[in-house]
Design a protein around this ligand. Sequence first.
Ligand SMILES: Cc1cc2nc3c(=O)[nH]c(=O)nc-3n(C[C@H](O)[C@H](O)[C@H](O)COP(=O)(O)O)c2cc1C
Length: 373
Amino acid sequence: MHTRLCDTFGIEFPIFAFSHCRDVVAAVSKAGGFGVLGALAFTPEQLEIELAWIDAHVDGKPYGVDVVMPAKYEGSEQGGVTKEALEGMITERHRDFVKQLLARFEVPALPEGEKIESLLGWSDAGGRGHVEVALHHPIKLLVNALGPPPKDVIDQAHARGVKVAALVGTVAQALKQVAAGVDIIVAQGTEAGGHTGEIGTMVLVPDVVDAVHPVPVLAAGGIGCGRQIAASLALGADGVWTGSIWLAVKESDSEPVLVEKMLRASSTDTVRSRSLSGKPARQLKTPWTEAWDGKESPGTLPMPLQFMLTAEAQTRIHRYAHTEGSRAGELLGTPVGQIVGRMKTVRSSRDVIYSMVEEYVDVVERLADPSTK
Ligand SMILES: Cc1cc2nc3c(=O)[nH]c(=O)nc-3n(C[C@H](O)[C@H](O)[C@H](O)COP(=O)(O)O)c2cc1C
């Protein structure tokens, strides 16, 4: 499984793992892969704490940080607008829809006076706060989603010897990223959890590999076992980028009710929905996604308005998912990809990496000698 990215980063296996959970990031890097912490859910101050923890627990192994700096979002073309102006773009009909949905599922209100930060990382400014913090830690990779990172951010990363990667869902997006100076392209197929396009991994990866050659490409979307890694390398990728599979590992902080839902789900139980962020993101099908797709729905709002509209609701759903007398747990979902159908037991991160490697070795041997089938 040795590829040039193993040499670039000094890693044993070119298996990259995206997770919001620092324990998973450290565990994957220590097992020979490459953990990448998703910064979106953190304030810059919280991110500082998470990265200091990783530095203390990763045994000097390389890791990275993923930020979200969308190239385009509501108001971005006017040079960014104030939070108040953005709030004013959300209609009463939308606010009522959310209120009624929560009431129907008996989701308690937050304690009086508690405020939810509803803009977080979904903007250029939010992403920059994360970059600033991340570059003061010994990270080896900075990753951006939803468009090319600004040139000055790429330059700052390069000046510190940090490689830059970016997620894409089409060849055109990949070419833009390469033109912007990105070092590694993550070609993410529609199977993936989270924001995702319409083209399947099987079709996207070889197209992107050919278009950006010799820039290295990581295959993403629907990768959770050694056979899928072997297929990715056969398609021309230099490694794999995984996300969903880490949601149900021992080190993950996913809520128990969510882990149970994922272990029960099949590959047909996800949907691409705009109901979390305003851009299509694959996630578990729940009464929440169904309501937004239903007849009564006012329709979703563009990024970042949909997240602003629903941030408090999502906090309440998470917080009260296990509260007796509330049906919040039914509404609880998560971005997750079609690979969820293969997530059947809770394993340690190390176990996941080692079983991927073992299966990869088996399949490569089998391909070399079909008589061993
Ligand atoms: C819960 C979850 C949250 C995600 N959030 C982000 C994110 O904030 N930034 C990002 O670049 N990718 C995000 N992704 C996408 C992953 O980086 C990755 O591309 C994707 O999970 C790969 O496909 P897979 O889910 O089939 O493994 C997320 C994925 C999941 C499952």
